[in-house]
Design a protein around this ligand. Sequence first.
Ligand SMILES: Nc1ncnc2c1ncn2[C@@H]1O[C@H](COP(=O)(O)OP(=O)(O)O)[C@@H](O)[C@H]1O
Ligand SMILES: [Mg+2]
Length: 252
Amino acid sequence: MSGVSLDVKKGELVALLGRNGSGKSTLIRHFNALLSLQEGELIVGGIDASGKKNIWDLRRLSGMVFQNPDNQFVAPVVFDDVAFGLENYLVPREEIPTRVEKALDAVGMKGFENRAPHTLSGGQKQRVALAGVLAVEPDIVIFDEATSMLDPRGRSEVLSIIRQLHESGKTIIMITHYIEECVSADRVILMDSGKVVCSGAPENVLTDRERLKSAGMMPPMPVRVYYDLLERGVQLDRCPLTEEELTELLCR
Ligand SMILES: Nc1ncnc2c1ncn2[C@@H]1O[C@H](COP(=O)(O)OP(=O)(O)O)[C@@H](O)[C@H]1O
Ligand SMILES: [Mg+2]
């Protein structure tokens, strides 16, 4: 990668936003050494991620959930699937069942231990994939468009677990091209053409219509309404990010 400089704080929920091909997946694949850095430096949780030497420490530190729920299963039943990673990380055998149960509990999938993954809904599959990540007890969880193939219900299930993980202190990096999913992030990083365009609070990044447009992104609906009204001579007190804020401002 080139021209990318960013800094994610411990416990932060960062949304990484950008059109297709803007380099989001490429960027985050460096964080746990799925890709290795060609130049520059990268430190993840105090670990040098620039070479190949710390791959296993990096993978333990940050887990990833990907787009397609069907491509993330390695075992015929849920329990074994969640347990799979643990053996690689040398977790003692007797500790494995407790870890698996705890992880399934965290994603609301307790009781599904013996189910075959193909009998689950998309949202349930993503939650099992996430349980496999959580069982390793990573500090950082990265979601690479993990909601993009889900129906609205599956999406909201996964989003609510993401929020819970954030509240429990995990550092979250969430890649999305649904701009509405960025509204509640601590920070939004906007990417385009393999570069970071800007990084800031949602109320700054998501209301900057021109910058979003030049990065190929449409602002959230309330922001569009704000500008449409402005063009018609109606000035709201501020630019809203959520439908609730918009309604409140319109009712004044
Ligand atoms: N900084 C960069 N410099 C050069 N090529 C890049 C850079 N970032 C991404 N690419 C290339 O662009 C393509 C799409 O990137 P990708 O990370 O998959 O985008 P996204 O996840 O945002 O859709 C990939 O083939 C990748 O190799
Ligand atoms: Mg991608």
